[in-house]
Design a protein around this ligand. Structure first.
Ligand code: MG
Length: 319
């Protein structure tokens, strides 16, 4: 699929008793995953699933042990099994989880790093979205914030530094972000480069959210004291089941929670969206940036994702 750049993802399709479940793998290069590694993993998994889609714990625990670096591929299986279970039971997943769809936060729309005039145009195109997520972490951060704030003086703006700062400049950069009244700052420094983070928080700079520093459920407690919240992505942690565990641990630890995404079709985004009412913020705009999403049913215009009464992931294939 392509937007301004091409990105290839994999869709997993699991058939059981005449029903079909869909899941998506969006491999993350930061964790050394690729289309090829995910495809090779999925081809091995095909014979390992057994005949009971409800055996989620056994199936997914086994896959996480066998393929520890291939969370995106496992996420595709997790999504397809959940979709299938919802379709067998004829309920949408949000309802199966006992969630209240009126508690769905609005999603942000991402403004990627580009020339100022291109970023300004993107902000204007995103006029219907009340929340923007702006990528920073470059030498031009001030120009970027200045450009976006000028176009959207009253909007909620959150920023993602994508590990782009260091102990040396994070303090000054976070102060700059505060000047532009950002809602929160995602991943200011590289994972492990944590020394500056408590100082930032003590100075009232932030709130800080972990993305690359919080991959799986094991990482959540290590974020306490350094971050105010975490960004959970299904491809990063291995799917709905793992994300749910992260949500519970984060809540118990007093961390805020955002659900994020990669560039994904409606299949991957819908899996995350089904957990939407459990979290504080959504950054689930991947499907809205695609020119050729093969599925529909999720909405997203104006930041409003729809949890419908359609079973499973609640989406349907475009024919
Ligand atoms: Mg991020």
């Amino acid at each position: 699929m392509s937007d301004s750049t091409d990105k290839t993802v994999l869709l997993a399709r699991i058939e059981h008793d005449g029903l079909v479940g869909w899941g998506e793998a969006a491999p993350i290069s930061f964790y050394h995953q690729s289309f090829d590694s995910a495809e090779a993993t999925l081809s091995k998994i095909g014979d390992m699933l057994g005949n009971d889609p409800f055996a989620l714990d056994a199936i997914l625990d086994n896959l996480l042990k066998r393929f520890p670096g291939e969370s995106a591929a496992i996420c595709a299986i997790d999504g397809a099994l959940h979709d299938l279970i919802g379709k067998i039971l004829k309920v949408p997943l949000w309802k199966m989880f006992g969630l209240d769809r009126s508690r769905m936060p609005l999603t942000s729309m991402t403004i990627g790093i580009d020339k100022p005039e291109v970023m300004a145009a993107k902000v204007r195109e995103a006029a219907a979205f009340p929340i923007l997520k702006v990528k920073v972490g470059t030498p031009d951060d001030e120009i970027i914030l200045n450009t976006v704030r000028r176009e959207a003086p009253n909007k909620t703006i959150r920023v993602d530094a994508n590990c782009g700062w260091s102990s040396e400049n994070a303090f000054e950069r976070c102060k700059l972000m505060a000047d532009y009244k950002v809602e929160f700052i995602e991943q200011p420094t590289r994972p492990g480069d944590n020394d500056v983070l408590p100082r930032l928080r003590e100075a009232g700079l932030g709130p800080l959210y972990a993305d690359e520093s919080c991959v799986t459920v094991k990482d959540v407690l290590f974020c306490v004291g350094f971050f105010d919240g975490i960004n959970i992505k299904l491809s990063k942690c291995g799917g709905i089941r793992q994300a749910m565990k992260m949500i519970h641990v984060a809540r118990a630890a007093g961390l805020k929670i955002m659900l994020g995404c990669m560039t994904e079709t409606s299949v991957g985004i819908a899996a995350a969206a089904q957990l939407g009412p459990m979290v504080d913020h959504l950054d689930l705009d991947g499907h809205l940036l695609l020119a050729n999403d093969p599925f529909t049913g999720l909405g997203g215009e104006g930041g409003r994702l729809t949890l419908t009464d359609a079973p499973g992931l609640g989406i349907r294939e475009l024919t």
